[in-house]
Design a protein around this ligand. Structure first.
Ligand code: FES
Ligand code: FES
Length: 160
């Protein structure tokens, strides 16, 4: 066991855990923050996306011990215009992917604002986010219900 002090949603959370415990399991199983979802548990679906110092990460691929001292934000601690926009645009059906979609979109908007190029095209748009660019930048977040039109609409509203 190792002692880890995570900082989650503004609160220090000391934990005694095995070193191989993922950040996702630390959040869900040890801290009871079940808003962050486990889909694939191997970095393919984005359901587990949280923010670390404002940067979006797949928490299933992160070891909790690596994130000591970082500011972790989960959907439970988020207060962002995207949340209302997802409701207005019907950006979900079952909701399983939604917390990951929203956390990812918060990180994506910050990346775009900072001029970070898209991982796929390697180009920064530098301007208004088109639906196509949002789809590409959000391509790591899958929605099995196919609520993509609403998801893109919500993000586009907030991006404007
Ligand atoms: Fe982490 Fe699917 S649960 S990417
Ligand atoms: Fe069901 Fe996206 S709303 S998986």
């Amino acid at each position: 066991m190792v002692e880890v002090r995570l900082r989650v949603n503004g609160t220090d959370e000391p934990l005694d855990i095995q070193p191989q415990v993922s950040l996702l399991d630390a959040l869900r199983e040890y801290l009871g923050l079940t808003g962050t979802k486990k889909g694939c548990d191997q970095g393919a679906c984005g359901a587990c996306t949280v923010l670390a110092d404002g940067e979006r990460i797949n928490s299933c691929l992160a070891l909790a011990v690596q994130y000591e001292g970082r500011e972790i934000t989960t959907i439970e601690g988020l207060d962002h215009p995207l949340q209302g926009a997802f409701v207005r645009h019907d950006g979900f059906q079952c909701g399983y992917c939604t917390s990951g979609q929203i956390c990812s979109a918060v990180g994506m908007l910050a990346e775009h604002k900072d001029g970070m190029p898209s991982a796929v095209t390697k180009q920064a748009s530098g301007g208004e986010l088109s639906a196509a660019e949002i789809r590409e930048r959000m391509s790591g977040n899958l929605c099995r219900c196919g609520a993509y039109n609403g998801i893109v609409g919500a993000i586009q509203e907030v991006a404007r």
